[in-house]
Design a protein around this ligand. Structure first.
Ligand code: SAM
Length: 247
């Protein structure tokens, strides 16, 4: 996967990306990152890339020409228009399913906004997707870009080792993940659940499935509407609901 990020703060992206799992995958050639500094494409020698909004109002807006020039330079000789994600709180809210889908691309372009946002005309011209990382407003698109690249990269084959497999993680099967434990066996008088030390794999799997169902039911019950439940799942959920009624 090749990422090209158009940003005013390339150092922020570089530093975040070249750390931990994405950094390791970049070293091994599974991922690559190219940052394009939009300020290098400013129209004046002072590096201005923003201006007052037409119609008045607070803040500044990123101008279309520097972004478009940066984009054209980055696209270069390509004949097929690349997929370009504009990160914006007004976009579709990012999910694990979207990460899985985006990981199938060979390359992704990402545009990070700043100030009050970006002149709509350049977005209409170059953006193929508009994605939000959640219902809150951040200062710029750099943290959202890192969030998106991290989640997408984990779904690129080979980026996670077998031990780190993403298959069992939250959302992959539509549920939140079960609780995890490691040594020591007892921490502040709290022992690790007995079943996890039993070595009985079928029972451990059932316990984990139930704990996933419990977490999801307690924190994100709406997720349960979109998954297939077997008989045992339904019985367990029924018992949770009955317990909740008693309380
Ligand atoms: N005025 C914009 C609005 O109300 O929708 C918010 C602009 S925000 C201060 C500046 C930039 O941060 C945006 O252009 C976008 O790139 C990025 N940003 C902020 N919050 C975001 C979020 N939740 N998801 C994705 N990008 C976000």
């Amino acid at each position: 996967m090749k990422f090209t990020v158009l940003t005013l703060f390339p150092e922020m992206i570089e530093q975040g990306f070249h750390t931990s799992i994405t950094g390791r995958a970049a070293e091994s050639g599974l991922l690559s990152l190219r940052c394009v500094n939009i300020r290098d494409y400013a129209l004046d020698r002072y590096g201005h890339v923003d201006d007052y909004p037409y119609g008045g109002g607070a803040g500044m807006v990123m101008q279309a020409p520097p972004i478009y020039r940066a984009y054209q330079d980055a696209v270069g000789e390509r004949t097929i228009r690349p997929r370009l994600i504009y990160l914006t709180p007004q976009g579709k809210v990012f999910t694990q399913a979207m990460a899985v889908e985006l990981a199938k691309e060979e390359e992704l372009f990402i545009l990070c906004g700043h100030y009050e946002g970006v002149d709509e005309r350049v977005l209409d011209e170059i953006a193929t997707d508009r994605i939000s990382i959640g219902d809150y407003v951040l200062t710029g698109g750099e943290l959202p870009a890192l969030v998106l690249m991290d989640a997408v990269s984990r779904m690129v084959p080979g980026v996670l080792s077998n031990e780190e497999s993403g298959e069992t993680e939250s959302f992959m099967n539509g549920l939140l993940e079960y609780p995890q434990y490691t040594r020591p066996e007892v921490f502040l008088d709290r022992p690790v659940p007995e079943i996890l030390r039993s070595g009985h794999h079928a029972k451990i799997d059932r316990w984990r499935r139930n704990e996933s169902l419990r977490r999801t039911y307690e924190v994100r019950p709406e997720l349960l509407e979109n998954i297939e439940l077997d008989k045992e799942d339904r019985l367990f959920l029924h018992s949770l609901k009955a317990e909740a009624k008693k309380e």
